[in-house]
Design a protein around this ligand. Structure first.
Ligand code: ZN
Length: 78
């Protein structure tokens, strides 16, 4: 599995959301985590509309601790 990191949005605010995009696998809507997109409070709605999440089942997670990724960081697992 290759993991790539891309900045899709330039923002210095603290990240408080991890928007996860899942693909179907074995009949499960949350079968495969394909992308994660980190967002601050202000950009959560905008980044949920990002094209990298098209066609995926979206789940927005809140951190238990602090996220180390910056707002707009897209992580792709392939
Ligand atoms: Zn932001």
């Amino acid at each position: 599995m290759a993991i790539t990191f891309t900045d899709v949005h330039d923002c210095a605010e603290t990240t408080v959301y991890r928007i996860e995009g899942y693909n179907l696998r074995d009949g499960l809507a949350h079968g495969s985590l394909d992308v994660a997109l980190y967002a601050c409070d202000a950009h959560r709605g905008q980044l949920r509309e990002h094209g990298a999440l098209n066609g995926l089942t979206i789940h927005t997670a809140r951190p238990v601790g602090a996220f180390t990724s910056s707002c707009g960081e897209l992580v792709t697992y392939q």
